[in-house]
Design a protein around this ligand. Sequence first.
Ligand SMILES: Nc1ncnc2c1ncn2[C@@H]1O[C@H](COP(=O)(O)OP(=O)(O)O)[C@@H](O)[C@H]1O
Ligand SMILES: [Mg+2]
Length: 284
Amino acid sequence: MKIGIAYDVVRDEERQIVEAIRKRGHELVPFYVPSMVVKVNDSSQEKLDRLDFAFERCVSFYRALSSAALLEGKGIEVVNGYEVIRDCGDKLVTTIRLSSRGVPVPKTFVAFSRQKVIEAARELGYPVVVKPIFGSWGRMMARALSEDDLLDIVDFRESMPSPYFRVHYLQEFVNKPGRDIRSFYVWGEVPVAIYRYSTRWKTNTALGGKAEPAELSEELLDLTIKAAEAIGGGILGVDLLESSDGRVYVSEVNAVIEFRNTVRVSGIDLAGIMVDKTIEQIRR
Ligand SMILES: Nc1ncnc2c1ncn2[C@@H]1O[C@H](COP(=O)(O)OP(=O)(O)O)[C@@H](O)[C@H]1O
Ligand SMILES: [Mg+2]
């Protein structure tokens, strides 16, 4: 097969995917997106010809989104595709998609002004988590233990230049057991999951959360699959929060997955699985 990979930064993940493609004897076509020019209404771009599919691996959200759209515009199947990247990139849309398909999500309120945020939080009950609708690695996400905290957070957000920060996404704080779960979905299956332990409430490994292998119950495997399918499938990373009342919520879904720590602690060749399962899917 002729397999493309659109990327901007080469992380361990990209190296592992490239190695998996090469080891299986497929032809690799790299697209270094920062140096690309895509001629939108010109069909003479040979490099894009006859690709069987392409992996979308850009770290930058807008680069991932746009390069996926461009490749799809050239008739190439992209994994994950534009719509999945778009919906996962926006936490508000993800939450709507999940909840409308019956996937449990933490109680979430959205407000558009300082006054309404305060009213919403009173109803939600403290602590509350305030998330930017775009972003990852726990960045710009804050927890308010009190109304005083929340006012500080909202004042920061209201003074940010980007209008996105004035969309205030508030969520009940799920009292999880010092960890969350990152569960990986690959075309209908859940090949691996990890716990992310941290002394901080944000357990992202990018912030120092410690990865440990997790054996998921049948119920959590099903929950992962249900969440991924609500988003549109493909290859996804589903974040799960275990509540002290025994319920498990989906906090978000990631469309360009990072997995070096998962591979390190589990020994599972996730890149190989991604390549094999995607080829299987494309050949159908
Ligand atoms: N409602 C919540 N209650 C408790 N912890 C949360 C909640 N939402 C997020 N977290 C913690 O913050 C981390 C980052 O949140 P997440 O929604 O996954 O955004 P990001 O895209 O930044 O990873 C999660 O891994 C989890 O540890
Ligand atoms: Mg996350």
